[in-house]
Design a protein around this ligand. Structure first.
Ligand SMILES: [Zn+2]
Ligand SMILES: [Zn+2]
Length: 337
């Protein structure tokens, strides 16, 4: 595909989409019904439907029977952990293999012209963004993800929390499933904003921001404290009446969904003239500029808090003006000391 029909490339070879990126037309005033209807399919396709399907598949093929999960036993816990490791390896690895190892679409639609594996970077374990990301993913992220999963499934199976069935509560559970990505966004924005607070940033979140040019294995490359906060999104299902499949869906949105924002390419080509949108530019700008786009724009939190960068020169100017203002405030505080 000719990516210059969809965007532009600068002298360094970095590609950027044409026009401005927008927040989803969901929480807009006045309401924009036509824009909402036009946007609606991308709320489902392909990612959220894929993660909902993976949750259903996981419940039927991987999770043991409730009477088994009612007792904590290492055999089924280990099984869930190994399946999670294999699934992450295959799903993340598929993007890595196709886009970064085989480089089947070269630099087309790639935000940053460079491939992280082409340079050594001492910020990472073994000087490698990939090695660092994989070690953090398999040694801490997937264990923490699995721990939440085990705890929640055990709570359902042992009757500690109410378990609503789809047969008895189809509309409620369907409605809840519909808003889970919105909850994910709100939770992510809140914890993400928190760990950008300078002391927590230095201690925790700077690990994730070592990837200035993110690639698939950057997705869960986080300090364990951030992984612990990130996957706590699933605790919602211990608080509101829900169903274990929806709790698994919540974990899959977080665990598998993370890779979508870190693909580093705007479109994944699937044919000569067809491609799947990643919508990764919003989060790419966060990795590039650090203090913009704390959320992914599903809920316009960044607009409300004045941190939205829409990828245009205007967005850049607004960001610079904010930095200048903050610098002036810091200088003023310094001189009054
Ligand atoms: Zn990130
Ligand atoms: Zn951040």
């Amino acid at each position: 595909m000719d990516d210059l029909r969809y965007g532009k490339r600068n002298r360094r070879g970095d590609w950027a989409p044409e026009g401005r990126i927008t927040t989803a037309p969901v929480f807009t005033l006045p309401p924009k019904p036509l824009a909402f209807l036009k946007w609606l399919p991308q709320y489902f396709l392909p990612w959220n439907v894929l993660f909902a399907a993976s949750a259903v598949g996981y419940w039927h093929a991987v999770a043991p029977a409730p009477d088994v999960m009612a007792t904590l036993h290492w055999s089924w816990i280990l099984r869930l952990f190994l399946v999670n490791c294999a699934a992450v390896f295959l799903f993340y690895g598929a993007f890595e293999l196709r886009l970064y190892i085989l480089r089947t679409q070269g630099n087309r639609f790639k935000y940053n012209a460079r491939f992280p594996s082409d340079q050594k970077n001492p910020a990472f374990l073994f000087n490698s963004q990939n090695a660092d990301g994989m070690i953090r993913t398999f040694c801490t992220a997937v264990p923490i993800w699995t721990a939440y999963e085990v705890g929640i499934l055990h709570a359902y199976a042992s009757g500690l929390v109410p378990w609503l069935t789809f047969a008895d509560n189809p509309w409620y559970l369907f409605g809840l499933a519909l808003v889970l990505p919105i909850f994910h966004e709100a939770h992510f924005f809140a914890i993400h904003r928190l760990i950008h607070w300078a002391p927590l940033y230095r201690w925790i979140h700077s690990v994730h921001h070592n990837s200035v040019n993110p690639s698939p294995w950057s997705s869960l490359s986080m300090h364990p404290a951030e992984q612990f906060l990130y996957f706590s999104t699933a605790l919602l299902h211990l608080v509101v009446p829900s169903n274990p499949i929806l709790a698994i869906y919540q974990l899959h949105l977080a665990g598998f969904g993370a890779v979508v924002g870190h693909i580093g390419f705007d479109k994944i080509e699937v044919g000569r003239e067809t491609a799947v949108d990643s919508h990764a530019y919003t989060h790419y700008l966060h990795h590039k500029y650090f203090e913009v786009n704390y959320g992914d724009g599903l809920v316009p939190f960044d607009r409300w808090f004045g941190t939205w960068h829409d990828g245009t020169a205007d967005g850049e100017a607004r960001m610079q003006a904010r930095y200048e203002k903050r610098k002036a405030r810091a200088n003023a505080a310094e001189t009054t000391k």
